[in-house]
Unconditional design. Sequence first.
Length: 361
Amino acid sequence: MLQGRILTPDGWINGSIAFGQRITGINEGPSGEGLTIIPGFVDLHVHGASGVDIMEGGDAGAVVARSHARHGTTALLGTTLTAKEDSIRHALQGLAGVIAQRPQHGARMLGVHLEGPFLNRRRLGAQPPDVVTGSRALVESYHAIAPIRVLTMAPEVTGHLELIPHLKNLGIRVQIGHSAGSYDDGVAAMRAGAAGFTHLFNGMTGMSHKEPGMVDVAMAHAEYAEIIPDLLHVHPGAMRAALRAIPRLYGVTDATSATGMPDGEYALGTQRVFKCMGCVRLATGSLAGSVLTMDQALRNFVSLGMEVAEASQRLSLFPADYLGESQRGRLAPGAWADIVVLDQSLHPVAVFVEGEAIPLT
């Protein structure tokens, strides 16, 4: 049982929360020593941490799940990069075991975010150049290895628009990203069943009042989109505009193997990246993922003037709802006991994943 100020689906209450693997009760009463209790974070875009990259396969996913759990992430999607087919299969095989059984002291791996290889080579960003045209057979073969929950694609690539309804029928959320498409391409993709946008503003055609692009599609039509709130990928002014326009905009880390590590050289798939001054870049200087953690994302949202309750929703409830995970991302009886306890400076002092206490050091 924990005591504090508890964020419930109906708002804040002072009291206690009781749980085993699931939450068994929330009751008003004494609130203890001024602790804030919020749902565990749900991160739908994670490439790595602690010097390990998801594309390495093997136990990389378990290392990443443990590393992010220490920062309050209780559920996540292991995210791939554009690569040769054998490399993607190798990464998926490694993730399959972590998805099937949550590692001790680790976050729950809910599935895969396949970011690539179905991208536009004109908007690769930090992605390797091994793009291919997507096909139903190829996606289904990947999906058979490990469950794909989110898939990023460039809908303007020939054949991709027609693929979207098939992916939707498989239960995959199709996101527009790494796209050089027009406004009309984006609208057509949403009509075909695309559900979201990958790292909004980055890796896509931008806003224009005469030649609108994918950002305009998101601002005009999207209910959901992901954004990287590290205050480096997106200017706070642009973030505020997106927050007003997209009702359920949610934060992701896009974290790389450099997360939680000292400055130096690291891997992002087959790319070499460099951590310095709180960001990760290619040798060219282009941003290449991030070193963001979800607890820092919460503090960054709050620094923009957002209330803690809304910041929590955008890092827990909204991404959980986007995946259809109705028993995660919220503190309510019957939900999984995915819980983060914060001190007055909004740093985690305790984390529970499905009721298991996570060592924070």
